[in-house]
Design a protein around this ligand. Structure first.
Ligand code: PNS
Length: 165
């Protein structure tokens, strides 16, 4: 497995500026970054997987992220199975708070036990430290403006969607 190939996994429901920050910084650290949309059974989804893939692709292109980026989804089993398939040795996650540390630590340990894949945690740009997909879902669902928290492509999509167009 290559330590030059990384996977950035998540629900991305929807992608936020915090996600884009982590993707941009992972792309600067690794030769190839797989941005992987994974269904999280613990969360009630807002967007279909195909929509999240499309929004991620548009957001990454519009941001001008430099590097080899693969946007994909995975629903065939363990996250580490995808990582092994693409020869990735590293998972990259953003950590905003102690709550994220508590949530991510057991997953990182299990993923290392399962397949000897390391997890690297990146601290967020403070500008995005309080942004979460769940907050965006709530604000968008109640008709609020989410433009400060999400990439332009996501803001346009949610704005159009919330007006039923
Ligand atoms: O953005 P999220 O919802 O915090 O992402 C969580 C996700 C999807 C990365 C996590 O639920 C996950 O890794 N799911 C894959 C299933 C798996 O491999 N589970 C066992 C090890 S944790």
């Amino acid at each position: 497995m290559s330590n030059r190939i990384a996977v950035v996994p998540g629900s991305f429901d929807p992608p936020t500026l915090g996600h884009l920050d982590v993707i941009r910084r992972a792309a600067a650290l690794y030769d190839t970054v797989h941005v992987l949309v994974v269904h999280n059974p613990d969360k009630q989804a807002m967007l279909p997987i195909a929509q999240r893939l499309s929004l991620l692709e548009q957001s990454i292109a519009e941001d001008g992220v430099v590097g080899e980026i693969v946007v994909a989804s995975w629903s065939m089993g363990l996250l580490v199975d995808y990582a092994t398939d693409v020869n990735a040795g590293v998972l990259v996650k953003g950590i905003r708070s102690q709550v994220d540390v508590a949530y991510e630590t057991p997953m990182a340990i299990v993923n290392r036990h399962l397949a000897e894949i390391e997890t690297v945690f990146l601290l967020p740009d403070p500008a995005h430290a309080l942004v979460s997909s769940s907050l965006v879902r709530q604000v968008a669902g109640l008709g609020g403006d989410v433009a400060p928290y999400v990439p332009g492509a996501v803001a346009r999509f949610l704005d159009t969607g919330s007006r039923g167009i």
